[in-house]
Design a binder for this molecule. Structure first.
Ligand SMILES: C[S@@+](CC[C@H](N)C(=O)[O-])C[C@H]1O[C@@H](n2cnc3c(N)ncnc32)[C@H](O)[C@@H]1O
Length: 282
């Protein structure tokens, strides 16, 4: 028997789900998102054979925080759009300015040779893979660095996908030909590319909620892009506090163009609109 799909959520249901989502991941759901939310919830109802949003709400409210359904719900209601080499200016800076700077400091023994980078809210790992390509390309073998790249996301399914470091043609569209040849293998089906294992070995992925502290040693560089746009001011502040705790003094934070956080980054030196440096004495 097919179960009829319900119409869009009512205002009361929207508010209830909105509060649940906000409390869990800090994402704010406005009234304009009613249809989008309904479409996404309907997919879970269909999978579970449920006929109304209230039943699903009860199921979620009674589920333990680490239940599989919570993972499926978060995966469904978040936006995962990403691709390699998003925002060319980031990568030009990384290759042309940042790596030479780090290598010069390491040569003069002003820093260790370990370089730790966090791709926060990494979705399917496209940003982390781009970091790996740019670093391997820019680091001179005469002056090696020990690179560790950590990618994290709230969506368990995206994290599993990220760990495969496999990308379709759409995600690969901005990857220069030289990089494709050097750092990826084309899969037999011809539709997918997989990052070479020497680059994959630099990376690890794990589930993490940006509202919580990340249990990792501090990072030299943090990417926090295209995620805070979905957060309200209070959640943005909370995430930025977590990020601040995870960044070494003198470290850099890269934000997305539309994040709406410029007035929350007073502690940082603003290098460019998207590039912020924590003072060395912070
Ligand atoms: C649009 S993608 C951005 C991917 C990548 N940073 C980029 O700029 O291409 C946003 C990601 O943020 C994740 N996300 C949303 N809320 C989160 C939270 N509270 N903690 C961690 N990740 C979150 C979503 O699961 C989604 O994969």
């Amino acid at each position: 028997m097919t179960i009829a799909a319900p119409a869009d959520v009512t205002l009361v249901q929207l508010k209830r789900y909105g509060e649940l989502i906000y409390r869990k991941i800090g994402v704010a759901i406005s009234e304009q998102k009613a249809t989008l939310l309904s479409n996404r919830l309907r997919r879970r109802l269909r999978v579970l054979g449920l006929d109304c949003y209230d039943k699903y709400f009860r199921l979620l409210s009674n589920a333990s925080p680490d239940a599989d359904e919570w993972q499926a719900f978060l995966q469904e209601i978040t936006t995962h759009e990403t691709y390699l080499f998003r925002d060319q200016s980031n990568w030009d800076w990384l290759r042309g300015t940042y790596i030479p700077e780090i290598q010069a400091e390491a040569r003069k023994k002003q820093r260790t040779t370990t370089l730790r980078i966090w791709s926060a809210a990494c979705s399917t790992g496209d940003e982390a893979a781009t970091v790996a390509c740019c670093l391997v390309d820019a680091i001179h073998s005469s002056n090696p660095l020990n690179v560790e790249i950590v990618g994290t996301d709230i969506g368990a399914a995206t994290v599993i996908e990220a760990a495969t470091t496999t990308f379709g043609e759409r995600a690969m569209r901005l990857v220069p030909d030289t990089y494709r040849k050097r750092y990826f293998d084309k899969m037999k089906d011809g539709a997918f590319w997989v990052l070479k294992s020497s680059l994959r070995d630099l990376m690890k992925f794990k589930v993490h909620n940006l509202l919580d502290p990340i249990r990792e040693s501090a990072f030299d560089l943090i990417f926090l892009k295209n995620v805070l746009i979905y957060f309200d001011r209070a959640s943005k502040k909370r995430v930025l506090q977590r990020v601040r705790e995870a960044l070494w003094p003198g470290g850099y934070l890269i934000t997305g163009a539309a994040e709406g956080v410029s007035d929350l980054l007073d502690e940082y030196e603003s290098i460019r609109g998207w590039l912020h440096r924590l003072p060395t004495n912070a």
